[in-house]
Ligand binder design. Sequence first.
Ligand SMILES: NC(=O)c1ccc[n+]([C@@H]2O[C@H](COP(=O)([O-])OP(=O)(O)OC[C@H]3O[C@@H](n4cnc5c(N)ncnc54)[C@H](OP(=O)(O)O)[C@@H]3O)[C@@H](O)[C@H]2O)c1
Length: 290
Amino acid sequence: MTMNISATKAGYWDFGGGQRIARLGYGTMQLTGPGVMGPPADREQAVAVLRRAVELGVNHIDTSDFYGPHVANEILKEALYPYDGLVLVTKVGAKRNAAGDWLPALGATELREAVHDNLRRLGLDRIDAVNLRLYGLNGPEEGSLEEQFTVLAELREQGLIRHLGISNATPAQLAEAQGIAPVACVQNYYNIVQRSDEAFVRQCAEQGVAYVPFFPLGGFQLIADERIGKVAERHGATIPQIALTWLLTRSPNLLAIPGTSSLAHLEDNIAAASLRLSEDDLADLEPLAG
Ligand SMILES: NC(=O)c1ccc[n+]([C@@H]2O[C@H](COP(=O)([O-])OP(=O)(O)OC[C@H]3O[C@@H](n4cnc5c(N)ncnc54)[C@H](OP(=O)(O)O)[C@@H]3O)[C@@H](O)[C@H]2O)c1
């Protein structure tokens, strides 16, 4: 069964105009210790998960130097350097303190240092994409990103970054960012039960911007709903698989980056690229909009 699974079965997206990526990717946030702090319980397995993801067709990997901090990037380098054929996307704009709190790090110097930290830790001269992670405790908050995005646009001009993105952002912030430099991707909280960005997803699609939902499986609280369970049963699938297939069905610009520390979950997630939802399935899942 695992011989036939491939991330490419959900098709491709032309990332930033020029980089062809499988729409089912991988996010590294689960490769650290508890609370996204410190080393994982099983580092060898973390390395194995990344290598297996690539063997199974994943070529889009989302990461950040603030996962661990540094831990996820160090494991990514150990597993996959020199990243042949891969598109690595990182994010800057936050930092961790010793207690593990997530704090904003949106000053010009902090942003520059964060990009350099990512490059150094990953062993790169240039990274494929950097998302500006905006601070909003309970989701995106309006406010100008001109100062911060200009810093990243300058680093892009210098050749350190190929593409730019924004995260935890609003449509107005996308428009403002596009006035400064091209935007390849938006990374916001969205999944089968959390659809407040529905119009934003469509707007990004109309503009050729990738929409990359974080917490595609619910993040710290795994999605569990018996209505998804019923659809899953029809396909002999799991709820996380249906949640991923639903995302991939929703819009062609939607790229999935589920995170896992488990080889079995990784293979389940990649197998979701082969599932196809019927009109009846989609109708049964529609009431989950929240
Ligand atoms: N821009 C941002 O602000 C932001 C915020 C959060 C995350 N992200 C990015 O988005 C990526 C995805 O988000 P996420 O990893 O936080 O959340 P997620 O993908 O929604 O869910 C991860 C959780 O689901 C479990 N899981 C994964 N596959 C499973 C399966 N097939 N069956 C059962 N459980 C499964 C994982 O546990 P196991 O390890 O046990 O599988 C983990 O607890 C991250 O890795 C990160 O790159 C970005």
